[in-house]
Design a protein around this ligand. Structure first.
Ligand code: ADP
Length: 589
């Protein structure tokens, strides 16, 4: 593939200081001495041109690679669309690994466990995150046939994965991240639920218990259930479902871990069941994948689609959104071809199903700009409308690509092929990522989360601190508050406590619209997650934020409500319950 030279008249990116800092620290290429050797312009062109160059091999592509590279470049520098971090870091470089999400199988033998460990190390080195189900491992105390010894169980092996992760810094920029999953009917489930009781244990893991509808019914009916040895399906114990559920709730209250995922619900939406069963997700839970599958993500910044009409009213430009969705799908499909995968098994799997995960970020900022409170029926309705559009248009784009380049190889055997829907180029098209770093680069609120605060200090690498005031808030204050002294009082208040709560003189309208994560009830957090999940192929990254004084009962109610609302998993975070999170925050964990 020939490199496309940068045109002389490329537009320059306008980046806020936080974005600059993050790019310099983690994204821009460095020489052997660690000195930055590319500018943000170089970086965005490196990414745009190397991805667009993939078009050359498709005869029917309507795009000239150079023209497409320019289009991709503009989308990125304007913060309209960004691919996931590994694509920004590695596109057009010898490493060339572009996907953020991986799932590896962990079969029940020493050789295979350590193969998985090695593969995880390779993935972390390349900037990806890994998810594993440890459910296939024999329980602690079981006999080891070949040696006559006693098995140490999933947790002891997870500890090794955790330590290995600690040692591998991703290209010197960030540590790896893992998702560890155990089925609720595994004999070691109690130890798993308690795994993070000691502060610092399994610090490179997010943990999730895989639940089923049957288990939830047993909780509600007060029944007990069987635990099975994964090797032969023999019953190895029995537990009270409600007691296990209570323990789960208690630990999630104490530390945020473990979260829960509804495995049967995830498999009900598996588009390629003949390719295998889904047993795990990526580290932040938004991307369920088959063993050895990887997926690259990308996010559209909705806040860039808010426009002021001639009548002075702000609306979301859905026509332009539709066009951008088509470009984003083309981008992400090209990323699959451009990516160099760390294992042949992964390359095969990815090229068979060609999953991509297009999602959105800047949702809370868009709502601010539109004057719609996050926790309102209007926001839920608009969320559904927007995500339905992303879903429908991304499928339409994938169908168009299938005509141009052929459907994904497993299409015929997929649920789409069997029902005559499509053909599509990609087995899935939509995922809502946390966009922990991308949202800093684009200067918008992350994913579909409400803003954590209206101003806050962000800790980045090496203890450096960045102060951010929400730009939409500043703009609206300057537009609506005419009295200078009042403006200063409001901004000072927000600078001090991060929200408008108890702010003297704050206009009613500001109080109504500028809600933050802590002003929004748990129920509203979940309702938003469910609204977006309804139109998302994969899953939705969302944290239900709770105040420090939230009780275990609050968490129990959230878990039950999550089940009722049909989401695929849920993560709660009670303010102050954890000193450091695994990742996905701006703190470069
Ligand atoms: P970004 O904004 O950097 O693109 P996200 O916060 O959207 O990333 O996370 C998306 C996915 O990227 C995560 O679910 C995980 O699979 C992967 N990921 C994010 N941060 C890390 C990390 N520090 N190490 C490994 N994988 C990561």
């Amino acid at each position: 593939m020939t490199a496309i030279p940068a045109p002389a008249d490329l537009k320059q990116p306008t980046l806020n200081p936080n974005a600059e800092t993050v790019l310099v620290k983690r994204y821009l290429r460095k020489d052997e001495e660690g000195l930055v050797k590319e500018s943000p312009t170089d970086m965005f062109w490196r990414v745009a041109s190397s991805i667009a160059a993939e078009e050359e091999k498709y005869e029917k592509s309507p795009w000239e690679p150079e023209e497409l590279a320019r289009t991709f470049y503009d989308l990125m520098i304007e913060g309209v669309f960004l691919p996931n971090s590994p694509t920004l870091m590695n596109a057009g470089t010898p490493l060339g690994q572009l996907a953020a999400c991986f799932v590896l199988p962990v079969p029940d033998s020493i050789e295979e466990i350590f193969d998985a460990l090695k593969h995880a190390a390779l993935i972390h080195k390349s900037g990806g995150g890994t998810g594993f189900s440890f459910s296939r491992l024999r329980p602690a105390g079981a006999r080891v046939g070949t040696t006559g010894g006693i098995a140490s169980g999933p947790l002891s092996f997870m500890r090794i994965f955790n330590t290995a992760t600690e040692q591998i810094k991703q290209g010197g920029v960030r540590r790896g991240a893992n998702m560890g999953i155990l089925r609720v009917d595994h004999p070691d489930i109690i130890e798993f639920i308690r795994a993070k009781e000691t502060e610092g244990e399994f610090n490179n893991f997010n943990l999730s218990v895989a639940l089923t509808q049957e288990f939830m019914e047993q909780v509600e009916a007060g029944e007990s259930y069987d635990l099975f040895d994964p090797r032969d399906g023999r019953i190895r114990g029995r537990l009270e479902a409600a007691q296990v559920f209570d323990l789960l709730v208690n630990k999630a209250w104490a530390s945020g871990d473990p979260g829960i995922i509804f495995l049967d619900r995830i498999n009900r939406d598996n588009p390629t069941p003949t390719q295998g069963e889904i047993e795990a997700t990526n580290p932040c839970g938004e991307q369920p994948l088959l063993p050895y599958e990887a997926c690259n993500l990308g996010s559209i910044n909705l806040s860039r689609f808010v426009e002021i009409g001639d009548d002075g009213v702000r609306t979301l430009n859905t026509k332009r959104l539709g066009e951008i969705i088509h470009l984003a799908v083309r981008f992400l499909d090209d990323v699959i071809d451009a990516s160099i995968y760390p294992l042949d098994e992964i390359a095969d799997m990815v090229r068979t199903n060609r999953k991509i995960g297009l999602g959105v970020m800047g949702w809370a900022d868009a709502l601010y700009a539109l004057g719609i409170p996050y926790d309102s029926d209007e926001a839920l309705a608009l969320g559904k409308e927007v995500m339905k559009m992303v879903q429908d248009e991304s499928r339409a784009a994938s169908a168009a690509l299938a005509k141009e380049r052929g459907p994904f190889p497993a299409y015929e055997e997929s649920v789409f092929g069997r029902t005559g829907e499509g053909p599509y180029r990609n087995a899935t098209t939509t995922t809502i990522a946390p966009t922990g770093s991308l949202s800093i680069i684009a200067g918008c609120s992350s994913g579909i989360e409400p803003c954590f605060a209206l101003s806050f200090t962000r800790n980045v690498l090496d203890g450096e601190k960045l102060v951010e005031v929400n730009p939409v808030f500043e703009l609206v204050v300057s537009e609506t508050v005419t009295d200078e002294a009042e403006k200063i009082t409001i901004l000072d208040h927000v600078r001090r406590i991060g929200r408008l709560h108890n702010c003297p003189n704050a206009p009613e309208e500001l109080l109504r619209v500028f809600r933050t994560a802590m002003d929004v009830s748990a129920k509203s957090h979940l309702a938003m997650q469910a609204a977006f999940q309804k139109y998302t192929d994969n899953a939705v990254s969302k944290t239900v934020n709770l105040p420090n004084e939230a009780t275990e009962d609050d968490i129990r109610e959230i878990y039950l409500e999550a089940y009722r609302q049909g989401v695929k998993g849920v993560t709660v975070y009670r303010d102050g319950s954890k000193t450091g999170q695994v990742l996905c925050t701006g703190d470069g964990a």
